[in-house]
Design a protein around this ligand. Structure first.
Ligand SMILES: [Zn+2]
Length: 454
């Protein structure tokens, strides 16, 4: 990447914000540089003359400045399930977690499946959110709706091959195929929740009668077989319809192998995993999520897949529920965990442990999600002209996660007491601080729906 070496060659220029003395991080390099912001955009990146002026100058000495982190898989439960979360609390949690843009899933009440509902959710998010947001729509049954939702700004379409919160049934095979052909023409990507409903019901009915390690039973109840079959199905549809697809929350070696084969064949498939599949295993963790946390061999395989670029990105799959719901007997309780606030610190901790580089981290959580979902180069980089979204991190900050201090409405997290090193200390969306040193300035009402270019 080539940055301007000298900033402020126009000495009369007055900026809105200058970030000084930090180390900027891209997927390829880390270097000392200053960044100047005007009207919500990055104007210049390089070495700043002392005579430059700005309304606000932020000294980032000793800190790393990352392009704004994108959490491209959250469930903010708004509208309809706001006892669990809403756009205000969810986005505040995201801001404290160093996230500048979130992408919300359509399994709310009502489901985001047509233009009216899409526009309603956009209005809610604009009013309540403090981070930029993108919205997925459920893949509609009517072909005309695909173009309409694309024009309204949908980030992509979601298909639940396996049911999750909201119990949305998978589309029929013929509808799925026809709609994927329309998406192929429209150039819009389809994300799959890749599990197989009937197999999940069958294996769960067997597991509820068994005793043993709960983590392992939860994994057996929605087995790797269920994921593998759904991944294979999604890939097969992509191959014959020509549509671009994305596999959300991959959990297993078996899923990884199928995705690797498809990529080799030239099928346009991208893949995501989540911190809980990378950090926890079924042997030690019995937190209920869909798809479930797997055994250690799968956890290791996911890191290898990240290293080999078979898995392209990481997102939180933030899925809050009320305390009362999570306290139900395990087979009745809903699945999901709160992840948007802990996502960045947990993976930064892995950077400090040497599992991946900070440059890899930026690729997996900012640049690649922006590219996959068609919002690059507006998001996901530090070049002139991009939105001035930054996640400023202190790689030496040590903390213990306390779930009672998380900002989400719900506190269902398996990370209580986990010690981390590396933390976001400032979150900046289009030049505005939305989190600074653990304080949330009153910046709301300026956020945008972020949509792929038409
Ligand atoms: Zn999800």
């Amino acid at each position: 990447m080539i940055f301007d070496s000298i900033l402020c060659y126009d000495l009369t220029m007055h900026y809105d914000l200058i970030l000084k003395n930090g180390t900027i991080v891209t997927p390829k390099e880390s270097l000392k540089a200053d960044i100047a912001v005007k009207n919500g955009k990055i104007v210049q990146t390089g070495s700043l003359e002392n005579s430059c002026s700005a309304d606000d100058i932020y000294d980032a000495a000793g800190m790393y400045i990352l392009p704004g982190i994108i959490d491209a898989h959250v469930h903010f439960r708004d509208p309809g399930l706001t006892e669990k979360e809403d756009f205000e609390t969810g986005s505040i949690a995201a801001a404290f977690g160093g996230i500048t843009t979130i992408a919300d899933m359509p399994n709310t009440v009502p489901v985001t499946s047509n233009l009216l509902r899409f526009n309603e959710k956009t209005c809610i998010a604009k009013e309540k959110s403090c981070v930029d947001f993108a919205l997925f729509a459920l893949l509609p049954n009517e072909s005309a709706e695909i173009e309409t939702l694309k024009r309204a700004g949908a980030l992509g379409f979601k298909v639940f091959l396996g049911t999750s919160t909201g119990d949305i049934a998978p589309p029929s095979q013929s509808v799925l195929f026809e709609q994927m052909k329309v998406c192929a023409k429209a150039g819009i990507r389809i994300g799959f929740h890749a599990e197989t409903s009937e197999l999940n019901s069958y294996f769960t009915s067997l597991c509820v009668k068994k005793t043993g390690s709960l983590g392992q039973l939860l994994s057996e109840a929605r087995p790797v077989f269920s994921e593998a079959l759904a991944v294979q199905t999604a890939i097969c549809y992509a191959q014959y319809s020509g549509a671009k697809i994305h596999i959300h929350h991959v959990t297993s070696l078996d899923g990884v192998k199928l995705i690797a084969e498809a990529k080799q064949k030239g099928i346009n498939v991208t893949a995501e995993t989540c911190p809980h599949y990378l950090l926890l295993n079924a042997e030690n963790c019995a937190h209920k999520v869909y798809p479930p946390i797997r055994g250690e061999e799968h956890r290791k395989a996911l890191w290898k897949a990240i290293d080999e670029r078979i898995i392209d990105m990481i997102a939180s799959d933030h899925a809050p529920h009320t305390k009362k719901e999570k306290e139900l007997p395990v087979w009745e309780a809903p699945a999901g965990l709160c992840g948007t606030e802990t996502f960045v610190p947990l993976i930064l901790n892995e950077v400090n442990r040497g599992t991946l580089s900070l440059n890899d981290f930026v690729r997996l959580t900012s640049e690649t999600p922006a590219k996959i979902w068609g919002i690059y180069p507006r998001k996901g980089n530090l070049l002139s002209g991009a939105d001035a979204d930054f996640t400023v991190v202190d790689m030496n900050r040590k903390e213990k996660i306390d779930i009672n201090e998380l900002h989400s409405k719900s506190k269902n997290s398996p990370y209580d007491g986990t010690e981390i090193k590396g933390k976001p200390i400032a979150t900046i969306v289009r030049g505005k601080f939305i989190m600074k040193d653990g304080i949330l300035p009153a910046n709301k009402g300026f956020v945008n729906l972020i949509s792929p270019e038409l």
